[in-house]
Design a protein around this ligand. Sequence first.
Ligand SMILES: [Zn+2]
Length: 478
Amino acid sequence: MKEYEIIVGLETHIQLNTETKIFCACKADSWEAEPNTNVCPVCTGQPGVLPRLNAEAVQKGALLAAAMHAEINPCSIFDRKHYFYPDLPKGFQITQLFEPIGKGGYLDLYMPDGEIKRVRINKMHLEEDAGKTKLEHGQRMVDLNRGGVPLVEMVTEPDLRSGEEAAQYLSQLRELLRWIGVSEADMERGHLRCDANVSIREKGSTAFNTKTEIKNVNSIDSVRQAITQEAKRQIELVESGGKVEQYTLDWDADTGKLSMMRSKEGEADYRYFREPDLQPVILSNAEIEAIKASLPELPYARRRRFVEEYQLSAYDAEVLTSERGLSDYFEEAVALYAKEPKTISNWMMNDMIRLMNDTGKSAKGLVLKPAALVEIVKLIDDGKINAATGKSLLVKVEQTGKSPATIVEEESLGLIADADSLRKQIETILAGAPNEVAAYRGGKETLMGWFVGQVMRATRGKADPKLTREILLELLKD
Ligand SMILES: [Zn+2]
């Protein structure tokens, strides 16, 4: 069998998390609303109405362009794309074709093997969403709540080479969208939707062969599975003497199967022309510079910096930068206790992330603020409490909102660091174990662990371990 290469391009629709829709004052997010209750004459396409552009959508679209290293267009223009479908009552969609908000750009994918793979962006423009139709009781129903919601359509060049790479792209794009705050990117709610173009070619060839388009690959897993499956189908087809035809396929996430929707016969003619009811979107140099300046440090730059600046492992840096709030939390904590970034990282990686999972809160939403976490780490470092108490303190601070020191005081959780009182307790323990003491003195020094265990049991773990050892060594000398 010949060796084949898989060629994938992804088309994504990103719902911007603006307050209102792109051309009217209806709420942009109406996930929970009853059908057709979040609509007005503009977004239902009534005659005689005029669209009014939402400045927030332009700002967020431009910020995304900056994050994708694209050129922000100083003069972008809206066009009408004509087609007929029940979820589009005006008979055209307002979108951008000739002068989109962003030009060029790329996303660098950080692959699990450490390689960086650059995926170029072919198209990035602002547009309005259509409504949706669904089949209910045998009837096709139309819901226009989603009509007019601001979207960025972003299409990659055919730079991806496998279902896995496409899944990485989608997952890292989702992370970026949340990081810069332009979209909730919740795929289950359709905030990030994806179609995939798939073709194959013999390895070494540079030609592009006929591609098929897979619709509705709306989860990371779906993207991986659907593309892998479709590439396999194409390879088997070609190997058995067949020819790939230009189909549109539908992915059914429930059954994990692809089905043919229709064959594609050339490009539809959408009769694009400039939207006469909207002015060009002009962004001055100063505005563009301000948008670029407002871009936060991006996840991968921060990841690299965490490794270099704080000597974290690549894995720890990856986890801590998986969400912007978590990485901000880490830096805030480290700023308060610069000596121990690795210790802070360990506490966050283990106990704090568990606390977040248990409470369903984000790093930002925790009652346990960075200062409280640092206070706990310091209490342990100073020998005031043991690590187990530290772990329980995390939970108690979260539940009560009290400071760690207050809880230690109130529940007397502190270690017994008072040498005199500890010495008295240890003397009592040794007096009760004459055989072990004799054996130890006779040379069985491995009994030290047993003695320490006895002290810990008697003090319920609250004896300072270092001090305990010192006192034991002294008292057990003959
Ligand atoms: Zn409306």
